[in-house]
Design a protein around this ligand. Structure first.
Ligand SMILES: Cc1cc2nc3c(=O)[nH]c(=O)nc-3n(C[C@H](O)[C@H](O)[C@H](O)COP(=O)(O)OP(=O)(O)OC[C@H]3O[C@@H](n4cnc5c(N)ncnc54)[C@H](O)[C@@H]3O)c2cc1C
Length: 463
């Protein structure tokens, strides 16, 4: 049994006039995200579907849906663009998908900030603020598919993080407006460090309807590739670029074994070279080129948006972060990845040891900033054979002092810091007193309890 005797007629009557999708194929498609990156999550989640998809047009409609869900005890899974990698937007126990994409208006642009509705596509938002000479501080490589609310509720950082840190760093997200899931929904606005109550909470504790985000003056970013004979030269070049006086928005160091997956780039990324994909501001192009040379490399590509479009090449940001894995998966679905955080400051000895021991793992590093200091992440790629082998690779990184953000679990705690975030759980008692929001996503223990309560058994992951 997936749902606990919900009175769907009563629910639908309460939300009359609000758009609903009930065609089974469409509902099943909207119940998926990119969990299939992980063979483990794919086995567990591929048959988890909602009953209906509801698409409110504005905050008043969101409140009507929230009220009806609380009244009829309908589980609610929020969905923006559905690009999360960990089954964040997959309903474990049925209920409804509340899709936010119709809440897609910019509300106010001021000097250094924008107020926007949660369902706006990030590319549309960034284009809108660009028209006023400003730009977002950061966005995921899914800029063209993801919503801004989904990014703050499910993501962490990405393009721009090497300059501005991650979403949770102070000042990047200025406030969140949240609708609670109660018969009489309330609106709560979180400011400052209170943002952490709902950031990366996977929509378990309230519906974000509006966000206030910091902006910076727009830069004419150039998409760049620098080529090297060794991976370690690429990393050293990346380190050289981590300077406050450089205009750099992206530094992705990529193993030469990725080149066949990036065939569109032809001679810009040949099979025998390691590549650093970057986004560089005009004032830093000369220094970037000189630093590449000083580290034994050379720049093969430097084009702004217009030149790149004319050359029919993909943007550099679709060559970094989790797009790197996507390029490989487009060719071969047996690949998967890990998400690794290195201790600060970065010690290259960790990678020297790891790469010596695991020669079949294809490396890819991202440079970012966290709490003001430079921080390296890697998203190593390898063919999935068994769950045991996957965790053998993950465990070795941990033994070497790294942290693993486990991309093969669907719960917040086990996926991140390995502990339940008590601040978020406390906020849930206010924002979701009936425990109807994305049930089972807080921790494995929470998931086990929810699955038992709803009588749902997920298929076992592969051995
Ligand atoms: C190829 C690829 C590359 C990626 N690169 C990055 C990257 O660079 N950085 C990064 O951080 N992530 C990355 N991701 C993950 C994901 O794309 C981003 O986190 C993205 O911003 C999620 O936005 P979305 O609109 O698709 O959210 P969804 O997947 O729809 O939702 C994400 C989570 O947020 C919840 N949610 C959605 N909207 C709301 C709301 N209004 N209120 C409350 N909860 C809500 C959902 O329930 C879900 O738990 C990548 C994924 C892929 C497939």
């Amino acid at each position: 049994m997936v749902e606990k005797n919900i009175n769907w007629d009563g629910f639908l009557s309460d939300i009359e006039g609000i758009e609903v999708i009930d065609k089974p194929n469409s509902v099943r498609l909207k119940s998926r995200d990119y969990f299939w990156y992980s063979p483990i999550l794919n086995a567990q989640l591929k048959k988890c579907w909602a009953h209906l998809v509801v698409l409110p047009r504005d905050e008043a409609e969101v409140m009507r849906v929230a009220s009806a869900c609380a009244k009829w005890k309908v589980p609610v899974t929020l969905r923006g663009g559905g690009t999360g990698n960990y089954g964040q937007a997959v309903p474990l126990v049925g209920g409804i998908i509340l899709e936010t994409t119709k809440l897609d208006n910019v509300l106010e642009v001021g000097s250094g900030f924008v107020r926007v509705q949660a369902g706006m596509m990030i590319s549309d938002l960034d284009d809108a603020v660009h028209a006023q000479g400003q730009e977002l501080l950061m966005w995921p490589s899914t800029r063209s598919q993801a919503t801004i609310g989904g990014f703050v509720a499910g993501g962490s950082g990405g393009i721009g993080s090497v300059r501005h840190g991650v979403l949770r760093d102070d000042g990047n997200v200025r406030s969140l407006r949240i609708v609670t899931l109660e018969e009489k929904p309330q609106i709560i606005t979180l400011h400052g460090t209170d943002i952490q109550k709902a950031h990366h909470a996977y929509g378990t504790n309230g519906i974000i309807t509006e966000l206030d985000l910091a902006l910076q003056p727009a830069v004419d970013w150039h998409h760049a590739i620098a080529l090297f004979d060794s991976y370690s030269e690429g990393i050293k070049f990346g380190e050289a670029l981590c300077r406050e006086d450089y205009d750099i928005y992206l530094i992705s160091v990529i193993d030469k074994r990725y080149a066949p997956f990036y065939s569109k780039f032809g001679a810009y990324f040949p099979k025998d070279k390691y590549a650093v994909f970057s986004m560089v501001g005009p004032k830093t192009i000369a220094a970037f080129t000189a630093d590449a040379k000083a580290n034994g490399g050379s720049v093969s590509l430097m084009m702004n948006d217009a030149e790149l479009a004319a050359a029919k090449l993909p943007p550099a940001y679709e060559c970094g972060w989790n797009h790197t894995t996507l390029q490989a998966l487009k060719s071969d679905r047996t690949y998967t990845n890990l998400q690794v955080a290195y201790p600060q400051p970065y010690d290259p000895e960790i990678d020297r040891i790891f790469m010596e021991e695991f020669k079949d793992v294809i490396m890819h590093h991202e440079f970012a900033k966290e709490r003001g200091d430079y921080q390296l992440f890697s998203l190593p790629l390898f063919k999935f054979t068994t769950t045991e082998r996957l965790y053998e690779i993950a465990n070795r990184f941990e033994e070497l002092g790294c942290g693993i953000f486990d991309a093969h679990v669907y719960t917040i705690a086990e996926g991140g810091m390995k502990v339940v975030d008590q601040v978020q759980v406390d906020f849930k008692t206010l924002a979701d007193p009936h425990s109807l929001m994305n049930p089972g996503k807080i921790s494995q223990e929470d998931s086990n309890n929810v699955l038992a309560e709803y009588g749902v058994e997920l298929p076992a992951p592969p051995a």
